[in-house]
Design a protein around this ligand. Structure first.
Ligand code: ADP
Ligand code: ZN
Length: 526
């Protein structure tokens, strides 16, 4: 750990309190700011809402001179500048959307050395005239926001970001920070390589959001369930996510009819309408926004008190992003996911339409991870954080349905698990769950007969569970790391943990949904 009693750090703490009005750094913020103040190029990975901004704003105020902040979106930059100016921190932006007057004013204050933070898109920063101006000013610090844009492995690659190494090399004495909420190892490595950051200057904050209560309920009568939930949050701001535009329109109409203050948001509305609805929600002119995944990018509303998933998200990444829009002020917020197998079928249908086999397999795997979260009887945070590579989950979670109700019916499924695992073993550890279930249930499917799996001792021994229950069990076996799924071919392999269960050393408990009320559900949602 770095010393936290340097004069720089004392002054950082002072700024935190006196300029931003916060008592304490969040733990990773402290490490990150320390690292920067000690002149080490630093990579900061924090979930959305984790507090990335302070990680560059505070060092910017500690250092003498101008800090350059690179950001990909004009709207994000303008937001940041507005917030800083409200705090009396001299910050400006330079971009082509400014009027000539404002642009010239900003240039003049930069030349006068009056500005502490300058926000730029990468292509603006590299314009010769701007670069020339910046090189005539003292620039001790460069912050690169949304740094995943630098990597082709990221989901938002921007070619302009590729040239940032050139910008950085123009300021050999400046320290650099890269910030992002995307943490896959490949993207991280890419950022570090391109920006000259060493492994020991990489800081990854926990992705846990302890103030979010996570609940999954079987989708029985979705509308009634949603209404009952919203009723508990009267006059509070909330988002309800639906899978389709028509779903959004229908649900908005029903809620409106029932007297709620509600607006729709999806890509089928024109941009004017979308902007107005978003603005009204942010300003509390409407309590509820019913939306597709199109809603939420870059909105900063701190007091969203709940998020409902009316339909199943297609992977944990989306689920996490969407629930992450609740409780950004740190106060408690409530997240409800309505989970029905009908939705799974719809997502699978979309996946089946994909052309690329590799993408298909990845999408299926990601859907299965989402299902494992929805089906688990463990703490919901375990599969959620595992997805982000966090293996240690605090044992003190009291903010999920499973940790709160011990009376959820877990059953001892050791024997069924042993049957499944042993069938994986006997079929050579290269088949997916569907095939294993076929063998266990004595199917005459072509693939079973062709491989002569009807001759195995595990053939036709699994009638205590139906096909759906076996599939649920298989996802729990993967989630609990008894099985590993091949990313490329989808085949299941046993792990050491599986051996322990097979030998009877360790029991296996899980929760299987009983007969699901899908017919009723479809009737009530259509
Ligand atoms: P990010 O950019 O990582 O999404 P922000 O920088 O916008 O997150 O911060 C999210 C919220 O957390 C903001 O409202 C911010 O004021 C608040 N915040 C950040 N750091 C602290 C802190 N140390 N103490 C209290 N609130 C904080
Ligand atoms: Zn929990």
């Amino acid at each position: 750990k770095l010393a936290t009693n340097t004069t720089e750090f004392k002054s950082a703490k002072h700024i935190l309190k006196n300029v931003f009005g916060f008592e304490q750094f969040r733990s990773t913020q402290q490490d990150i700011i320390n690292s920067v103040l000690q002149q080490r190029n630093t990579l900061a990975i924090m979930p959305t809402g984790g507090g990335k901004s302070l990680c560059y704003q505070i060092p910017a105020m500690v250092f003498d001179g101008l800090t350059i902040v690179i950001s990909p979106l004009i709207s994000l930059m303008q937001d940041q500048v507005r917030q800083l100016v409200e705090l009396d921190i001299p910050a400006v932006v330079l971009n082509s959307a400014l009027t000539t007057d404002v642009y010239q004013d900003n240039i003049a204050s930069l030349k006068d050395g009056k500005v502490k933070l300058l926000f730029l898109a990468p292509e603006t920063a590299l314009q010769p005239s701007i670069l020339g101006l910046l090189q005539s000013i003292n620039v001790p610090f460069i912050a690169i926001d949304e740094a995943h844009c630098i990597s082709e492995w990221g989901h938002e690659f921007r070619p302009e970001y590729r040239q940032l190494d050139r910008l950085v090399s123009c300021f050999p004495d400046a320290v650099t920070i890269a910030l992002t909420a995307t943490a896959t190892p490949r993207v991280r490595d890419d950022i570090k390589r391109q920006l000259n950051i060493t492994d020991d200057s990489e800081y990854i904050a926990s992705f846990d959001r302890p103030n979010l209560y996570l609940e999954v309920a079987p989708k029985e009568s979705a509308y009634a369930q949603t209404r009952a939930f919203i009723q508990k949050h009267q006059k509070q701001s909330g988002i309800v996510y639906c899978q389709s535009r028509s779903g959004v329109d229908e649900l908005t109409a029903k809620l409106k009819q029932d007297g709620y203050s509600v607006l729709p948001y999806h890509a089928g509305l024109n941009s004017q309408k979308r902007a107005t609805n978003q603005e009204k929600f942010v300003r509390d002119d409407a309590d509820i926004i019913v939306a597709t995944i199109a809603f939420g990018m870059g909105i900063n509303k701190p007091d969203v008190r709940y998020v409902v998933h009316y339909d199943l998200p297609k992977n944990i990444e989306s689920y996490y992003q969407q629930i992450g829009r609740a409780g950004r002020d740190g106060q408690d917020a409530d997240c409800l996911l309505l989970f029905g197998y009908g939705d799974t079928g719809k997502i699978r249908f979309f996946i089946d339409q994909m052309n690329n086999e590799h993408e298909k397999r990845l999408a299926t795997m990601h859907l299965n991870e989402m299902l494992a979260l929805a089906e688990t009887e463990d703490c919901r945070r375990v599969p959620l954080l595992q997805y982000f590579g966090e293996s240690e989950v605090s044992e003190t979670c009291v903010k999920c349905d499973n940790c709160l109700n011990d009376d959820k019916q877990k059953s001892d499924l050791t024997v069924a698990a042993q049957k499944f695992l042993s069938c994986v073993h006997r079929t050579g550890q290269r088949f997916g769950a569907g095939h294993i279930v076929d063998v266990l249930r004595g199917s005459n499917a072509e693939k079973v007969l062709q491989n002569q799996h009807n001759l195995l001792s595990t053939y036709d021994i699994g009638h205590e569970l139906n096909k759906k229950q076996w599939m649920t069990l298989s996802r729990q076996l993967i989630q609990k790391k008894l099985l590993q799924q091949d990313e490329q071919f989808g085949g299941l392999k046993l792990t050491q943990l599986a051996t322990d269960v097979l030998k009877g050393k360790v029991p296996f408990y899980a929760m299987l949904q009983q007969a699901t009320p899908e017919k009723r559900q479809r009737a009530s949602t259509s």
